[in-house]
Design a protein around this ligand. Structure first.
Ligand code: NAI
Length: 334
């Protein structure tokens, strides 16, 4: 069986080769999946894609014509896949629901600490022989209220870690979170979270309800000087509203690992080019903004888990002998 793996960087390839190459005929491509690169997938029964690959109706239709029957996502989120179209075309879609919630939760807390204690400034200052503390004042995390949006695997872990710092943790999720009670995390309404949190961290999926959940209207409800952290998905935040919030001081700190238009930037080296995204460039001018390029998941453990689960998902697909059977990590079934 032929598999084409899109958006596979050398570090992905290393982890994937270990579990793929003995089993299947695999073509690893660094380029992302899109209409201009779809020809590589001709005749491939399985196409493996990542977070910024294009999987809209046009791409899916072209893949179906070329004989693709399975999209094996190497990520948890599937907001970039047109699932109804995939289902209509008979293309199954599987994903890696949790490759390392620890990796993402630890990076999230890392962003909070780095922003609070200005570690990114300290690194440069000390290297330049500047040991002045002006502008480096932080705050105790202990006793602060942290609001988490999304009580899933990552959100609960972030809450658990912050409880260990002595934070008061509140969480919003449309569903009751039984596990939160035993962690000492209080489940609250979204409005109440916006009002009381000193730090707000996003861990919900991107969907119609959560798209631009951080907008001008909601930012105005928050405490002045709030810290906002997004390691979920870029479009959870409305970038122009962030810029206005930072300019007015309503947002005191902003940490992002994801960005709405990251597809044109992230995972590539653009250091010798002019970046044409003015909103992104404006964000970088603020001294209280820290952006990482979708690396929260990026640990050795997570890469090997992604490779193994993707291989397991493809095995499960190979083992299905009826179109009504579903595999565990399938998102187009039922
Ligand atoms: P999960 O599926 O375990 O939890 C998501 C939670 O969000 C669920 O409890 C769900 O009920 C809740 N939710 C659904 N709609 C909501 C809404 N309207 N408001 C608030 N909560 C809502 O997912 P997990 O593993 O915790 O991941 C969370 C998100 O993190 C993923 O959807 C993905 O977008 C992002 N992620 C980012 C990574 C990175 O490298 N930056 C890596 C992995 C995931």
């Amino acid at each position: 069986m032929k598999i084409v793996v899109y958006s596979s960087k050398p570090y992905d390839k290393q982890a994937l080769c270990r579990v793929f190459d003995a089993e299947w005929e695999v073509l690893y491509l660094e380029v992302p999946l899109g209409l201009d690169t779809i020809a590589y997938a001709q005749g491939a029964e399985v196409v493996s894609a990542f977070v910024n690959d294009r999987l809209d109706s046009k791409v899916l239709e072209a893949l179906a014509k070329g004989g693709t029957k399975l999209i094996a996502l190497r990520c948890a989120g599937f907001n970039h896949v047109d699932l109804p179209v995939a289902k209509k075309l008979g293309i199954r879609v599987v994903r890696v629901p949790a490759y390392s919630p620890y990796a993402v939760a630890e990076h999230t807390v890392g962003l909070m600490l780095a922003l609070n204690r200005k570690l990114y400034k300290a690194y440069n200052r000390v290297r330049e022989g500047n040991f002045a503390l002006n502008g480096m004042l932080g705050f105790d995390m202990h006793g602060k209220t942290v609001g988490i949006i999304g009580a899933g695997r990552i959100g609960r872990l972030v809450g658990k870690m912050l409880k260990a710092f002595g934070c008061h943790v509140v969480i919003y999720d449309p569903y009751t979170c039984e596990a939160c009670k035993s962690l000492g995390i209080e489940q609250v309404e979204l409005e109440s979270l916006f009002k009381q949190a000193d730090i707000i961290s996003l861990h919900c999926p991107l969907n119609k309800e959560t798209n631009h959940i951080i907008n001008a209207e909601n930012i105005a409800k928050m405490k002045k000087g709030v810290m906002l952290i997004n390691t979920g998905r870029g479009a959870l935040m409305e970038v122009l509203a962030l810029i206005e919030g930072l300019k007015s001081g309503q947002i005191g700190y902003l940490g992002m690992d994801v960005y709405e238009k990251e597809g044109a930037l992230f995972f590539e080296d653009h250091s010798c080019e002019i970046i044409h995204d003015d909103a992104f460039e404006r964000l970088l001018t603020f001294p209280n903004v820290l952006i990482t390029g979708h690396q929260a998941y990026f640990t050795a453990e997570a890469l090997s888990h992604i490779a193994q689960t993707t291989a397991d998902n493809i095995h499960a697909y190979e083992g299905l002998n009826s179109t009504t059977d579903c595999s565990e990590n399938e998102v187009t079934c039922g």
